[in-house]
Design a protein around this ligand. Structure first.
Ligand code: G4P
Length: 530
């Protein structure tokens, strides 16, 4: 054991979290440029048109020009093997976006300097926070007018509850953007617009001792402001502390401009040094070490219908330990079955390639004949353990499902249950009303479309979705709570999930607090146990 340490330890597996338009795609493209994975940034995932090429797995994707699935990008840089997990945004935001974060060892948070912390970042951050993974902040678009730097940091600290530690500091912004001050090396790196595709910047590094050089590059006024800010910063900001960073308590902050490729390589280099190697993962027998243990993995996402002709499903697995070899026999723990994984492949942005081997930290997609569920463990035939499940994330949109043709009740029930079991939607039933109506809950509204589409195409059942006003769902975590006796607010609704667990739905957040106040000992959670 431990023989694959070198391969495993060079891996860095992370997700990029951001609000749409903050620059996630642009930053990813620039990363790939440094990794030599592409020649010219922009050719990998240049918005709508290129996204068609990325995947035509579902008609719905083609129709809308968005990707329902999150892809994985792998590339090498400076001796590291980097896996970037894509977290879709916009209208393609779904529960899968959250699940992807369960497979990442760290997260890069991209913030638009003129917008600060936005809604989607806040949601994704919450999931990262729950896992306690390290978070690295890239404040983007410094080439445009930006909010006050101290205010941006303050906002991150207050809104997200994480301490900040700037690694570099911007000098001006927008038309007056002059570069960044490197706090570790005590020098400035001058801004140069390297124009979208090339990686050869003409940025210059000037020591902080070189007063004349500084003045000639940034100007006297900017320098004087910078000096004041550094002084303030040294007094006020948290100390750089790698242990706190690794625990997700402190986020190193970097400033740059992804579009003009400024500060991207600086970020990448520092990030790779600070980010962790593949992390140990919790199983029922304790922590499983990535290097010391044989192959093991868990399923974090299932993508149905990638190929309509075959109606196949792909199970995405995160390898947690050891080496995966395409020919080896493995055990699917939940199915209690020893088998070979069928057509293991790496899902790249532009292609899928069949792979022979992969290591802890990597993501593989395997053909799933319908046996895997989200959270399942895969390990060596002799191993005896199971990874902790993936939580169910709180849906934020609800709808009542109406069947158009009541004669097809059987197909409908079968279809909706199967789709829910795959984790594509969550379904709930009225609590104790005797009604057979089904309520669907989703994290992103696109999931409604996927449900409708799949029921029609795979089960030949037409449905109508009637939106419900609920936005907040809470699982009841206190063990001695009797649902019948909960005194709620007038907008509260009691439901149960697939497993019969009781849940509460609310229209507004205020009611959640009110219900907690009214019921002593009641404990509610935003995450459901799988
Ligand atoms: P996303 O994946 O987070 O949604 O954002 P994306 O990278 O697609 O960037 C959103 C918009 O912001 C794009 O412009 C992109 O060019 C721009 N952008 C990204 N980084 C920077 C930056 O550092 N500075 C400036 N000034 N702009 C940046 P767009 O016009 O919406 O799209 P496009 O037509 O350029 O692709």
């Amino acid at each position: 054991m431990g023989q694959y340490a070198q391969e495993i330890n060079k891996r860095r597996t992370f997700a990029i979290i951001s609000h749409p338009d903050a620059g996630k795609t642009t930053l990813t493209e620039k990363f790939l440029l440094y990794g030599g994975a592409i020649n010219l940034a922009g050719s990998v995932k240049g918005k709508a048109t290129a996204r068609h090429a990325v995947s035509d797995w579902m008609e719905i994707e083609k129709e809308r020009g968005i990707s329902v699935t999150s892809s994985v990008l792998q590339f090498e840089y400076d001796g590291y093997c980097i896996n970037i997990l894509d977290t879709p945004g916009h209208q393609d935001f779904s529960e899968d976006t959250y699940r992807t974060l369960m497979a990442a060892d760290s997260a890069v948070m991209v913030i638009d300097a003129s917008k600060g912390v936005e809604a989607q970042t806040r949601k994704l951050f919450k999931v990262c926070g729950m896992r306690g993974i390290p978070i690295f902040t890239f404040i983007n678009k410094m080439d445009r007018e930006a909010n006050d730097t101290f205010e941006l940091l303050d906002e991150i600290e207050k809104e997200l509850g994480i301490a900040t530690c700037p690694v570099n500091w911007p000098i001006g912004c927008g038309k007056n953007f002059k570069g960044v001050y490197d706090r570790q090396k005590n020098c400035i790196i001058t801004y140069s617009d390297t124009e979208k595709g090339t990686k050869e910047g003409v940025a210059e590094t000037i020591s902080f001792e070189d007063e004349a050089g500084l003045i000639s590059h940034v100007g006297e006024d900017n320098l004087s402001i910078l000096k004041d800010e550094i002084e303030l910063l040294d007094g006020a900001s948290a100390e750089f502390d790698i242990a706190s960073i690794r625990k997700g308590k402190l986020t190193p902050v970097f400033f740059g401009s992804a579009l003009t490729n400024f500060g991207v390589e600086f970020f990448l280099q520092h990030f790779l040094q600070m980010a962790t190697t593949p992390l140990p993962r919790k199983a029922d027998i304790g922590m499983i070490d990535p290097v010391e243990n044989d192959f093991s993995a868990f399923v974090f996402k299932i993508q149905a219908n990638m190929n309509k002709a075959h109606r196949d499903r792909i199970a995405f697995m995160r390898i947690c330990s050891g080496k995966f070899d395409a020919n080896m026999e493995i055990k699917h723990v939940q199915g209690n079955k020893v088998m070979r994984l069928s057509q293991p492949q790496q899902i790249m942005a532009s292609e899928r390639k069949i792979l022979d081997e992969a290591y802890a930290g990597d993501i593989i997609g395997v053909f799933d004949p319908g046996i895997f569920s989200i959270g399942d463990t895969i390990c060596m035939p002799k191993a005896q353990f199971q990874y902790e499940g993936i939580p169910t994330f709180a849906p934020e949109h609800f709808a009542r499902v109406r069947q158009m043709d009541t004669m097809k009740r059987k197909q409908f029930v079968k279809g909706i249950n199967q789709i829910a079991q795959e984790g594509a939607i969550q379904i709930f039933q009225e609590y104790n009303t005797g009604l057979e109506e089904i309520i669907v809950g989703v994290v992103g509204v696109l999931q409604f479309d996927v449900l409708k589409y799949r029921l029609e195409n795979e089960y030949n059942v037409e449905i109508r979705l009637e939106p419900l006003p609920y936005e907040h769902i809470r699982w009841i975590t206190s063990s001695d709570t009797d649902l019948d006796h909960i005194v709620g607010t007038s907008d509260m609704k009691k439901v149960k999930d697939l497993k019969g667990n009781p849940l509460l739905l609310f229209i507004n957040a205020w009611s959640v607090g009110m219900t907690l106040d009214r019921n002593k000992g009641l404990e509610l959670s935003e995450f459901g146990k799988q």
